[in-house]
Design a protein around this ligand. Structure first.
Ligand code: ATP
Length: 593
């Protein structure tokens, strides 16, 4: 398949305003791919070179790409920069300048899509001395031999901003249509995806082994499993009722979720984040402990990494733990702020898949596998049969500086990649306040008025994720809580992903000054969830009027982007409806005499 064809499909994807239309375009494109092209084509469409857990990032710096464009088109760097200022999209700049190039196209031969992919991979993997110049040269050569439209997507791909707005679920539905002509096979594909987190591999298995291959998909070491997630309830009574009168109650550590894969024979350990990015190099002490402090030859377990002060017995806040994410100073930080991993689940042990075993069996095995009191410890828990026991435990952990509890259904299997009531969280923030914070996806932004005009940023349009429809539904505009620095940062970040029209997976009735591809997640606090005719979150008819849910007095918290969540991991429409109903119940109880 020629890259030219792929670029034309991408152009169509950008122009389409319906999600179903998007699926049709993707289906047609995937059908045209040869077997061996499927994997790279899927990664490319995701804007990646490999699944996130392999840690091969593309993200070439803008300045570097500008230089490549200058070399490929014969324009000066200043001219490229000037054009970029105007278009706000370096891909479009490359396209326009290629169309009026001062140089002759290097070759008339057309690129295969795979070749573009391989060459981009090579650019990304070039490192060491002189690598900057080498990258500029390679990218310039690629551009000099491409058409203007191809240049648009090559540059965007190189920057790591394809701006297509294609989500995982969209790709899975298209693959389902490729295999069966219908979207209904998606669920099986999703199950396989949930245990390997690699859409490219799913596509490859599908074309090579057909549906049987997908149905027989197994957990494997070093391919992260998509995390099970918790529902939320505000009281111990409701939790216990939901759990059928008995459940485990674990401490909810407010750190960094880590999925640890260990193979003792090869002494290989990998650690993946909640978003399944590779964190291994950031946690040297956990890598060591995973080999030394566990039993068994091969295992996958999950836990929360958190800084813990041995002397005071206090847990440190999430912010301190996350400091470790910064690449530099890992060694010093590991001495200064030693981390512990509180293990709470076992997913695989000595070649055996544990996902389908009940929680209690997984926990028992985990207790055998992790016995020490070193860097890796077991998450603390009790078994509760009364609300009082849950409340007492809750008070106890909160007074130790923890966030709350996670109740677990003793009989439930590990449900990868889904938020289910087999895990229920109750946080201290639920007490005395109407709502928990919510994680929202930015879908647009406003330019500032008055004193904010100088920043070119006046606020955000934010959405929740409707996982049934795979759509982003607006829930609020946010204009407060920003410092000057934040305004500048948001403007810079969002400019890079702005698009001309409403992305196909965004459902909105209001129009921001600029739309952006759903990409960034922020944490927002609000006084209340209300109903509003302006927003599309959970939109339904009430007394002949269409209303959705909205937030009252929203303000951004946490200082910026939540890097550990992808847009599909934002708060869902379903959760908002549950939170709205809980809030109503609380209000009614508060109002009672
Ligand atoms: P939050 O922002 O509330 O942590 P989340 O969307 O990241 O929510 P949830 O599944 O809703 O994740 O809540 C459970 C989270 O709590 C897990 O992702 C994990 O990081 C953390 N956690 C801490 N301790 C535990 C525990 N004992 N069992 C399960 N999860 C735990």
């Amino acid at each position: 398949m020629l890259f030219e064809e792929v670029a034309k499909y991408y152009e169509k994807l950008e122009g389409i305003s319906s999600r179903l239309g998007m699926i049709d375009i993707l289906t047609e494109m995937f059908k045209k791919a040869k077997k061996e092209e499927m994997k790279p084509l899927i990664y490319m469409t995701q804007g990646m070179l490999a699944p996130p857990f392999e840690g091969i990032e593309i993200g070439i710096a803008e300045k570097l790409a500008e230089e490549s464009i200058a070399i490929a088109t014969g324009y000066s760097k200043e001219e490229v920069e000037k054009s970029f200022k105007k278009t706000g999209d370096l891909g479009v700049t490359a396209e326009q300048l290629m169309a009026q190039s001062k140089l002759k196209r290097m070759t008339k031969e057309k690129f295969e899509a795979r070749e573009v992919f391989e060459r981009m991979k090579k650019i990304a993997q070039t490192s060491g001395e002189g690598s900057k110049e080498a990258k500029i040269k390679e990218l310039a050569e690629l551009l000099a031999s491409s058409s203007p439209l191809e240049a648009r997507y090559i540059v965007r791909f190189a920057l790591g901003e394809l701006r297509l707005g294609v989500g995982d679920a969209t790709i899975l539905e298209a693959l389902s249509k490729v295999a069966t002509g219908e979207r209904s096979f998606k669920e099986k594909l999703e199950n396989a995806y949930n245990i390997c987190s690699d859409l490219g591999t799913i596509g490859e298995v599908l074309v090579e082994q057909g549906m049987k291959g997908i149905e027989n998909f197994k957990v494997s070491l070093f391919k992260p499993i998509r995390p099970a997630l918790a529902e939320r309830l505000p009281t111990a009574e409701e939790i216990l009722e939901r759990m059928g009168g008995k459940c485990a109650v674990e401490s909810k550590y407010d750190g960094l979720r880590a999925q640890v894969h260990v193979d003792k024979k090869s002494k290989r350990v990998e650690i993946f984040s909640r978003r399944l990015e590779r964190l291994t190099d950031m946690f040297p002490e956990i890598v060591k402990a995973a080999l030394d402090e566990t039993k068994g030859n091969s295992l996958i377990f999950e836990g929360e990494a958190i800084s813990y002060d041995e002397i005071t017995g206090q847990f440190r806040p999430f912010q301190e733990t996350i400091q470790r994410k910064r690449k530099h100073g890992v060694e010093e930080k590991s001495e200064e702020l030693p981390l512990h991993l509180f293990a709470f689940d076992l997913l695989y042990y000595n070649g055996e898949d544990y996902l389908d075993k009940p929680y209690e069996e997984r926990r028992k095995k985990l207790e055998e596998v992790i016995q020490g009191n070193g860097t890796i410890r077991l998450a603390d828990r009790i078994i509760a049969t009364t609300p009082q026991e849950i409340d007492r435990y809750f008070e106890d952990v909160v007074s130790n500086g923890l966030e709350g509890i996670v109740a677990k259904d003793l009989k439930a299997r590990y449900i990868a990649g889904a938020r289910k009531f087999s895990w229920i969280k109750m946080k201290r923030s639920y007490k005395g306040e109407l709502t928990d914070t919510v994680d929202l996806v930015i879908v647009g932004y406003y330019t500032g008025k008055g004193s904010r005009a100088e920043f070119g940023f006046g606020g955000l349009l934010a959405a929740v994720y409707n996982d049934k429809k795979d759509m982003f539904e607006t829930i609020t505009k946010i204009g407060t809580g920003f410092t000057e620095q934040m305004m500048q940062d948001f403007k810079k970040m969002l400019e890079k992903i702005k698009v001309e029209k409403k992305p196909a997976r965004v459902d909105a009735l209001i129009e921001p000054d600029f739309w952006v591809v759903p990409k960034y997640v922020i944490t927002v606090k609000a006084d209340e969830i209300t109903k509003s005719p302006m927003h599309t979150a959970g939109r339904h008819e009430e007394n002949g009027v269409e209303v959705g849910y909205a937030l009252r007095f929203p303000r951004i918290v946490g200082g910026g982007i939540r890097e550990d969540k992808s847009p599909e991991e934002a708060t869902t429409t379903k959760e908002i409806i549950e939170m709205f109903n809980q809030q109503r119940k609380t209000k009614l109880t508060d109002a009672a005499p």
